[in-house]
Design a protein around this ligand. Structure first.
Ligand code: NAD
Length: 335
């Protein structure tokens, strides 16, 4: 099935993608937070999905509603090992994404990014199919320029506790562009900025999920530092829309392209908003900033606007409402 124009479709035309040809799409990390939303979107658009995950930071619950659907297939597999499957498109999302998770086994984190990229690029090369890498704003490290355009090379500590993730992702980008130069492959690199939404892990220490869970439990909200550091938050539906648009670009568009919400909030503002929306009585407690935690991060999305016609459309209040509703259901289902 390496030639997309000749994909054989065993199902009726009603379920076909907008191209009229059903695609078989591989999503690695497909059971994770963003991966599960991507799988859902692809199925809704008429594609077949092969979801590959080793469940390191996720469980079947994120994709439970898809299991049993005839266009969805789940495979437990670790991307640090080669994968032999037949697909028409690849999204490579497999990687622990939050500091708690990626620092748990830093060597495995680097292996997942680097060996994972090698294995999936090898697969894409054999199949001659497009492949998108879920890269990250962490490739900019603690940036010296603000907001960050894609042309900025970053300010990354190569030997710190975050390096397994940051440098792993940077090396994966290198591999994507070397495969492009060496083998002419249609690669796409998305530099993802902070994304939030339903199905985030409740205990992974990421700021949005942390604040919401603490507020719902009526616990004190933990702010690292004085809360004046800023972040921008992109709702997951907008992010998935960005992925789809990036994958639909012509083969000569590779990125890297920043995908994220340029609207900045201080961590303190986020905490206040969450407390207000949850209607919580939580107080605020301050703890020291973790090592190498960037003080400011904001995407320059000019390229995404121009090349993908993309910009986020979900306001923080709306995204938080849906995320709070998700965590509320989740926490009330736990005895
Ligand atoms: N969420 C964000 O704000 C954000 C920001 C920048 C980049 N990203 C990137 O987007 C991707 C998805 O992130 P997420 O937030 O959905 O995280 P997540 O932890 O929910 O999802 C990652 C998935 O990858 C799986 N995985 C980890 N190691 C694997 C391996 N060796 N083999 C197979 N599967 C493996 C996990 O089990 C999980 O299901 C990651 O690559 C992450 O680095 C996320």
């Amino acid at each position: 099935m390496s030639d997309r124009s000749t994909t054989i479709c065993p199902y009726p035309a009603s379920g076909r993608s907008s191209l009229g040809v059903r695609k078989r799409v591989l999503v690695t990390g497909g059971a994770g937070f963003m991966g599960s939303h991507l799988c859902e979107r692809l199925i809704a658009e008429g594609d077949e999905v092969l979801c590959v995950d080793n469940f390191f930071t996720s469980g079947r619950q994120n994709i439970e509603h898809l299991i049993g659907q005839k266009r969805f297939e789940l495979m437990r597999h670790d991307v640090t090992f080669p994968l032999y499957v037949e697909v028409d498109e690849i999204y490579n999302l497999a990687c622990p994404a939050s500091p708690i998770h990626y620092q748990h086994d830093p060597v495995q984190t680097t292996k997942t990014s680097v060996h994972g990229a090698i294995n999936l690029l090898g697969l894409a090369k054999r199949l001659r199919c497009p492949i998108m890498q879920a890269s990250t704003s962490e490739v900019y490290g603690d940036p010296r320029i603000h907001p960050q355009p894609e042309s900025y090379w970053g300010n990354v500590n190569p030997i710190g506790p975050r390096s397994c993730y940051d440098e792993g992702k940077r090396c994966a980008e290198t591999l994507f562009f070397d495969y492009r130069r060496q083998h002419g492959m249609p690669v796409k690199v998305a530099r993802i900025f902070n994304t939030y939404g339903p199905r985030m892990h409740p205990n992974d220490g990421r700021v949005v999920s942390n604040f919401i869970v603490q507020a719902l439990r009526g616990e004190a909200i933990t702010i690292y530092g004085d809360g004046s550091q800023t972040r921008s938050f992109c709702f997951v539906d907008d992010m998935i829309d960005g992925f789809r648009r990036l994958m639909a670009t012509p083969d000569d568009f590779t990125g890297p392209v920043n995908i994220g919400n340029p609207r900045e909030f201080t961590i303190r503002q986020l905490a206040d908003l969450v407390i207000e929306m949850v209607g919580s009585t939580s107080s605020l407690v301050h703890k020291p900033l973790p090592e190498n935690d960037p003080l400011q991060r904001q995407p320059d999305i000019t390229l995404a606007r121009d090349a993908l016609g993309w910009q986020p459309t979900t306001a923080l209040e709306e995204g938080l409402k849906r995320t709070i509703a998700y965590f509320d259901r989740l926490l009330s289902s736990v005895p």
